[in-house]
Structure formats: C-alpha cells, structure tokens
Ligand binder design. Structure first.
Ligand SMILES: Cc1cc2nc3c(=O)[nH]c(=O)nc-3n(C[C@H](O)[C@H](O)[C@H](O)COP(=O)(O)OP(=O)(O)OC[C@H]3O[C@@H](n4cnc5c(N)ncnc54)[C@H](O)[C@@H]3O)c2cc1C
Length: 302
C-alpha cells in the first residue's frame, strides 16, 4: 500500500476546507468508517492510490438524526447500527432498519456509515432502494456552498456519483410529505448474512383509504442495472389502481422490463428477472402490511 498523509476534519466545513486545500495538487479521498475504503486502498494501484486522506470520522455535526422543517434528516456519518437503534427511524421507516440489518455483520454495521454506503455506489448498495423508494434527497457541501439533488440522480453508474472531488456528502433527507410512508425492503443473496444482493427491492406507497387505491407508488430496484433504478413502468401501472394481489403481481412482471440484469458467477440474468418479479410483488405486499398494521388500534396508539 502506498503511503499517504491523513488529515482529520473537526466538522463538515473543515472537511470541505481540507478538500479545497488538497484537491488541486494531490489525489484526495475521504474516509468515514473505512469499511470500503481500506479494502480499496489495499488493492489500489500506485496511480489510483490517494496522497491525502481526509478523516471525517470525528465530525459530530454529520452524526445527527432529526426531524427538521424539510423532513427526516440523517447525517452522512450515521452508522447502520445507529439507524437500526434510532426510535424515529424505527417508528417511521422500519424498511430502513431492515435494510441496515442486511448490511455485512455487526462489526461492519458498527463502523460503516450511510454516507459511505451511498458514495461507494455499487449497484447492489443495500441502503439505496429504500431511500430511492422514499424519494430521498441528498445534500452535498462544497467550496461554493450546498446543493441538493434526488438520491436517484446522485447515483450515476457503478461506483460513480454526482459528487465532485472537493465535495462532501453531508445529509440524506426524506421529505416531509413522505414521513411515515409505508415501505418495505427485501434483499435476496446467496446466504442470509455477509452476502451481496443478487437483487434488492424496495416498495412504498400511500393508501387512499376511501378508494383503497395506490397513491404515489414507488418501486426501486438494486443490483439489476448499473445503479439503483425506479421501476417506472410498475410505478405508472399502480398509480390510482385498486389495491389487489393481481395488481401487485402485474407490477412485479412490469418491473422486470424496467431492469437490465446481467449474468455473472452469482446468478444468471434469467434468475435475476424471476427474483425481480417475486420480490417486487412481496415488497408491495409488505408495504401494504405496514399500512394495515398502522390502521389497527394498537398501531394507532403507538
Ligand atoms: C465484510 C463487509 C461486508 C459488507 N456487506 C455489505 C452489504 O451487505 N451491503 C452493502 O450495501 N454494503 C456492504 N459492505 C460495504 C460497506 O460496509 C458499506 O458500504 C459502508 O456503509 C461504507 O461506509 P464507510 O463509512 O465504511 O465508508 P468508507 O469506507 O469510509 O468510504 C467509502 C467511500 O465513500 C467515500 N465517502 C465516505 N463518506 C463520505 C462522505 N460523507 N462524503 C464523500 N465521500 C465519502 C470514501 O471516500 C470512499 O470512497 C460491506 C463491507 C464489508 C467490509
């Protein structure tokens, strides 16, 4: 491994100042929990290895989980374990807890951060589908200030995001109108723990209680395209449609056409297509289950 300099940031603004100072003359990387970056560094060729690493792990301002005027704000440094333990997230978005729970093992979840997971941007990123299905936005901070974009656009391709070299991901925001939106995340890997997803799917929708129809349905697919994608045909089909098992099954079939799965040593494209149809249907059923539980007297009392 090539030697590099480590500079520690006190907070987000300091991190951005350090990036601005070093990026013009050096290859610079940010380190948060290090679960992805350290593995990358071990195998990086000298031409790709960083000269300077900006350590943001002590930037406490990036560690908050709070409901703000804009929605549920999750700091980029919040770990998967902290997501699983957060009362606000457990109450409003059990699907995010389920997604965090599938990431690696306890040690990885204790160190690995939500920001690091999203910036790594592998197509199978497990926090991605639920957040995309909840129309999450991300806030990035650079020398010119903050900019915000939908997470679905932050992902550009395999291991590529819209982040510039001198920018930091600071916040993930689930907008106010989606607080408490019923959602469900499902992951299928070759074993239950420590496995990359062959396919991961999240679904969310509001239920129009009067007409029992889908409102603002979202289906997000991971590991079946170069980045996490919306299954737009399935979403368009469900909008305003009566909630029924047949509609959920048809949405699953349509979602297959929205994806571009590949064959690799883990699974064939055909098998992945089968998984997309089944998991999409089950994720829609799961989100409806979440809604129904909230309608029960016990659910409303919480
Ligand atoms: C054994 C093992 C199992 C794993 N299993 C899974 C799994 O099941 N599912 C899954 O999705 N992932 C898995 N991962 C991947 C990894 O743990 C997660 O992606 C983790 O959340 C990364 O966070 P981190 O803080 O460790 O990131 P780091 O390693 O610190 O950084 C990762 C990348 O993001 C950049 N970065 C980090 N934070 C920021 C920021 N705020 N702004 C700008 N750039 C930033 C870094 O420069 C680096 O390029 C696994 C990893 C290991 C080692």
């Amino acid at each position: 491994m090539k030697a590099f300099e480590v500079v520690a940031a006190r907070d987000a603004r300091h991190a951005v100042a350090l990036l601005a100072e070093h990026t013009p003359t050096a290859k610079v990387k940010v380190i948060a929990g290090g679960t992805d970056l350290l593995a990358d560094l071990k195998f990086a060729s000298a031409s790709h290895a960083p000269d300077v690493v900006v350590d943001i792990s002590r930037a406490e301002d990036l560690r908050t989980i709070a409901v703000t005027g804009g929605g549920l704000s999750i700091g980029a440094l919040v770990t998967h374990t902290e997501i699983m333990a957060s009362p606000a997230i457990r109450e409003m978005f059990p699907a995010l807890v389920d997604a965090a729970h599938t990431i690696g093992a306890v040690q990885t979840r204790n160190l690995g951060t939500l920001g690091g997971n999203l910036v790594t941007a592998v197509p199978s990123v497990d926090s991605g589908p639920t957040l995309v299905a909840l129309d999450a936005q991300v806030t990035v901070l650079g020398p010119g200030g903050e900019r915000r974009m939908p997470l679905a656009e932050f992902f550009v391709g395999p291991r590529r995001t819209a982040l510039k070299p001198d920018e930091l991901l600071v916040e993930i925001l689930i907008p106010t109108e989606n607080l408490g939106k019923p959602a469900c995340f499902l992951k299928f890997g070759l074993r239950k723990g420590q496995a990359l997803a062959l396919v991961n799917v999240a679904a969310s929708f509001w239920v129009d209680a009067k007409t029992q129809t889908f409102r603002a349905p979202r289906v997000a697919l991971g590991a079946v395209a170069p980045k996490v994608i919306h299954a737009t045909s399935a979403e368009a089909y469900l909008e305003g449609r009566a909630i029924a098992p047949e509609a959920m099954a048809e949405a699953g079939r349509l979602a297959v056409g929205d994806a571009k799965p590949i064959s690799d040593f883990r699974a064939s494209a055909e098998y992945r297509k089968h998984l997309i149809a089944v998991l999409t249907r089950r994720a829609l059923e799961g989100a409806y289950d979440v809604w129904q539980k909230k309608q029960s007297p016990a659910g409303r009392a919480r």
